[in-house]
Design a protein around this ligand. Sequence first.
Ligand code: ACO
Length: 320
Amino acid sequence: MKGVKISGIGSSKAGYVLTNEELSTIVDTSDEWITTRTGIKNRYISNGQTTTELASKAAALALKNANIEASALDMIIVATITPDLFMPSTACMVQSALGAIKSTAFDISAACSGFIYGSKIAINSIRCGDVKKVLVIGAEVLSKTINWQDRNTCVLFGDGAGAVIYEATDNNKILNMYTQSDGKNGCSLTLNSTPLKNCLIEEKLVTPYMQMDGREVYKFATNIVPICIEKVLQNTEVKLSDIKHFILHQANERILDAVAKKMKIDKSLFFKNLDKYGNTSAASIPIALYEAKANFNTGDKIVLVGFGGGLTWGSLLLEW
Ligand code: ACO
């Protein structure tokens, strides 16, 4: 089996910084409520950038960081729940923007776990010898799915993209992976698609907006993240105390702090940038990786954890 390593990381921000103060002029909320309940202060939202544009910009930076040409990529996977179009896929449009002529390109949908799921596909594809260089992008323009009159959701989300290049190597750096889903309980976090209508069926009106049962999501997240961390360490020689950095999906500061407390982990080991970005779904882990990597040292053990709509969850154990 081939080894796999991360060889490049990039990220990109949407064009407009929406502060809690400005949000308070749009809906009945306050900086104090948002900060104490979520830890979020600002979020970047699109003032014209598409999911493809954000994804392509993050990808170009990751390619530069890896020092490889787009034409060397064998596969492009975009994790998103906010594609610009159903067809072509965002990945195909990114392929075109980059000039990645020999890639196989496709999108996956696993909400906030999308980057972990996409990484698993990429890593397994390299391990089996099918491909050598794979670009995995998490990219979202969630702001177009938000009801800006609904204070329960509109304060939480932001737009952006992050990208990671996985490459075949003799010196394996991906130590373990774990993913799972629970479709039975998916109704706590939903985003409708085109409603069913045709020559036989009259259209029923459905809300086009993201809907969330915040308390259920909170319970799910604080329960599943410790399981993700334990599972990814199982059958490895790595212990919890060996982990130098926990890069969790940036949903809510209270979720991160609750997990740290439950697992008796020093909360300073949990990277946080949700104060600047809000929750960017599939983009949040690669954006966090891009920002956290300045503090990584060679040999550091790192755990990545995604959790979200579906329900979906997963984790990755890697060595820097
Ligand atoms: N500003 C002011 N007041 C608000 C706001 C707001 N933005 N939103 C809700 N409230 C009010 C509610 O109307 C309610 O008022 P009421 O008591 O008069 O009815 C009160 O605040 C309490 O509302 P709750 O929903 O009970 O607030 P809670 O303390 O549970 O916090 C939150 C809500 C932050 C969403 C919490 O449930 C949570 O952290 N859930 C996790 C959700 C999450 O992280 N989702 C991200 C997407 S999913 C993912 O990425 C995995």
